[in-house]
Design a protein around this ligand. Structure first.
Ligand SMILES: [Zn+2]
Length: 234
């Protein structure tokens, strides 16, 4: 599996429904490169970096995390360069580090989650780390010819949801922000979804990226979100 090119400077390794791996993106600036999400495991990172190297690109200088969930962060120990996450993401990861001290923790998760069981097949522990850099609201990375505007957003999926907007390419990365909260019984908080939808509508983007889908047009995504918010309309 190689990198797909989305725009002139944005590439991605596709999501993998088989193990529920999210897509990992690569933003190629003139000065720095930025990866979006660290991935599920060391082997996910390895697959991503092999795809990057086969394009003769350098490994990411920075990796920004969209939210704390296993499939986006548990590969963070294996990345190269500097990792960046929201304060709350690190708080959640700290909780995970505490739980990980129980040697039975991975077995419990494997029992609950068929995808995690596949991704960590034959492995008996995680290696959970916190990010090198944290922020509380937003930060901007000038990568050289391309900018990553990283900001926290209200989301029904997780409290620490972070989006990355690339104005030059009109692309908005949303992580899993539009999904329900699987850690609270799959609850969909409609007020939060409404606020997120307003944010998406206000951003000048053509393309929206959800971590477990193919890239979507902005209008296509908004029509879908509106249909969840107002199922009687349309
Ligand atoms: Zn998630």
């Amino acid at each position: 599996m190689g990198l797909h090119q989305l725009t002139s400077r944005i590439y991605f390794l596709e999501h993998d429904p088989e193990v529920d791996r999210p897509m990992l993106a690569y933003l190629k600036g003139d000065t720095f490169s930025l990866a979006i999400d660290a991935g599920y495991s060391a082997s996910h990172v390895r697959d991503f970096y092999e795809a990057i190297e086969s394009e003769h690109f350098r490994k990411p200088d920075f990796t920004v995390i969209t939210h704390w969930h296993y499939d986006h962060t548990f590969g963070m120990h294996a990345i190269s360069g500097v990792s960046i996450a929201h304060d709350k993401t690190n708080e959640f990861l700290k909780e995970q580090q505490e739980r990980e001290k129980d040697p039975g923790y991975i077995a419990v998760l494997k029992k609950e989650d068929v995808h995690l069981r596949k991704e960590y097949c034959g492995q008996d522990k995680f290696h959970i780390v916190l990010s090198d850099v944290t922020f509380s609201d937003n930060m901007t990375l000038n990568l050289g010819g391309i900018t990553a505007r990283i900001f926290h957003t209200v989301s029904p999926h997780s409290e620490d949801s972070v989006c990355i907007y690339v104005p030059e390419e009109k692309v908005l990365f949303l992580g899993d922000a539009t999904s329900e909260d699987f850690f609270h019984g799959g609850y969909m908080d409609r007020d939060r979804l409404r606020s997120l939808t307003q944010m998406i509508r206000s951003v000048d983007c053509d393309c929206c990226i959800l971590s477990h889908c193919q890239p979507l047009g902005k209008e296509e995504l908004l029509a879908y979100l509106d249909s969840i918010l107002d199922p009687t309309e349309g």
